[in-house]
Design a protein around this ligand. Structure first.
Ligand SMILES: [Ca+2]
Ligand SMILES: [Ca+2]
Ligand SMILES: [Ca+2]
Ligand SMILES: [Ca+2]
Length: 448
């Protein structure tokens, strides 16, 4: 009985404690250099109007002046690298046990939290393109730069000519249509300031990396420009340019010139410039032009490089390095295939006889097409270099030896002959010899 009475007495006498001021919330644990950090704390409790303060906070972070005293809670904001003294990269890193404190003058409530400041990283997306074809384009959006119109221009340059042996043989002025394309620049977070980034087109093409260096060929020689080392490399200024000419400056879908892109027009060939991301933009474009030439080529690769942040706070990768992305260009020149007149892929020819074959062109073209045929594999078991010749029927129905097959614009098939020459077997070798025939790729390299 005694215990029960005591409990009841205590219960009745207890006065209710005043409400403890209490903060509600879980602020983001990551902030980014040059990007606004914002958090709206909630609060309740307290006997009178609450005051707030931060302790152990990084210098860029502050509480907003609360003018509306009726509202419980407070906004915390800042821009790492900029606010609180423009400290730049010095604001990077983790701050632990920052405390926000609220008090009504008698009692206090507090919440500890951590913030890590990271770089706002720029990345680049490459592009896989095809000569003469328009790149699939992005949709417009608030956070994106205006999407470039993929209109075409024309580009003129001096095309290197070669003798039959591949020696330099002067140049010829050529003009080809171009197609606009672009690589995408991504900024991880929307910056509060404008970000200007320098870019540059590069290629591994090296005209001093020649085949047959013992012949000391000049860099203009076919053995250099189209050497094995240069196979698959874009020649900037021929296959690809940043801008063909000033009048061709890229425009948006409404035809307004794109102001976010500036090209360096000082050199003969435009290969570099600066792209500007306005505040709030996280995706932008670096337009360039792909030349739709008439030269049959393998797929070739160039690199777009972001070389430097010229203005604003953003990082190329996670340090001060360059950011690179590949641009590959698939060829669109017609493709030649060879078959027997019955559609087969191999055949036997007796020596000193001629058999006929069919050469078929596929793909679009706007001019006549020439192809030089050659043996494209090793000969086995014979002493001679030449075991056949390519012939074509003349008006008298006789076969003449020909240098190359010529396809007029309206003709995609040619019947030609192969005459097997008499040959001498090497000792101890079998009688037959295999002579794979195809397009003379090394002759064709760089020739329109
Ligand atoms: Ca090329
Ligand atoms: Ca090309
Ligand atoms: Ca082409
Ligand atoms: Ca081509």
């Amino acid at each position: 009985g005694v215990a029960l009475i005591a409990l009841a007495a205590t219960g009745c006498k207890t006065e209710k404690d005043p409400d403890q001021p209490t903060l509600l919330g879980a602020p983001p644990t990551t902030a980014y250099l040059g990007v606004e950090y914002y958090y709206n704390w909630g609060a309740y409790g307290g006997e009178s109007i609450l005051d707030y303060s931060l302790t152990n906070a990084p210098s860029w972070l502050a509480l907003e002046d609360t003018s509306n005293k009726a509202r419980q809670g407070i906004i915390m904001r800042g821009v790492p690298g900029l606010s609180g003294g423009n400290r730049g990269e010095a604001d990077l890193g983790q701050t632990e046990n920052i405390e926000i404190v609220t008090t009504d003058g008698r009692m206090a409530g507090f919440q500890p939290f951590d913030i890590e400041v990271k770089r706002n990283v720029v990345t680049l997306d490459g592009a896989n393109l095809k000569e003469g074809e328009s790149q699939a384009s992005e949709d417009e959006s608030e956070e994106r730069c205006a999407v470039p119109e993929m209109d075409a221009g024309t580009y003129s340059y001096e095309l290197q000519k070669f003798t039959d042996e591949g020696a330099p043989d002067g140049t010829e002025s050529v003009t080809y249509p171009t197609k606009r394309a672009y690589v995408k620049v991504n900024l991880d977070q929307p910056s509060v300031t404008e970000v200007k980034i320098a870019f540059e087109l590069r290629s591994d093409f090296d005209p001093t990396a020649c085949d047959n260096p013992e012949n000391d060929p000049p860099p203009e020689h076919q053995d250099c420009r189209y050497s094995r080392a240069n196979t698959g490399t874009v020649i900037i200024g021929e296959d690809l340019i940043a801008l063909s000419e000033e009048l061709n400056h890229p425009v948006d879908k409404e035809g307004n010139p794109l102001e976010y892109i500036e090209y360096d027009m000082t050199g003969d060939t435009v290969t570099s410039g600066v792209v500007t991301l306005k505040p709030g933009i996280t995706e932008c474009y670096i337009p360039f032009e792909v030349v739709d030439d008439l030269i049959p080529e393998p797929t070739e690769v160039a690199t777009m490089v972001l070389t430097e942040v010229r203005q604003g706070i953003a990082s190329l990768g996670n340090g001060s390095v360059e950011v690179k992305a590949n641009i590959s260009i698939e060829d669109n020149e017609p493709l030649l295939s060879i078959e027997t007149v019955n559609g087969g892929s191999r055949d036997t020819i007796n020596t000193e006889t001629t058999r006929e074959y069919r050469a078929i062109l596929t793909g679009d073209r706007k001019t006549l097409f020439r192809a030089k045929l050659a043996r494209i594999g090793a000969l086995t078991g014979v002493a001679e270099d030449e075991t056949f010749e390519i012939v074509q029927k003349n008006a008298q129905d006789d076969y003449d030896e020909i240098e190359e097959l010529v396809f007029p614009l309206e003709q995609d098939e040619i019947i030609f002959g192969v005459r097997a020459l008499a040959y001498n077997n090497l000792q101890d070798e079998l009688d037959d010899n295999a002579a794979p025939i195809g397009v003379d790729v090394s002759y064709q390299a760089g020739r329109a």
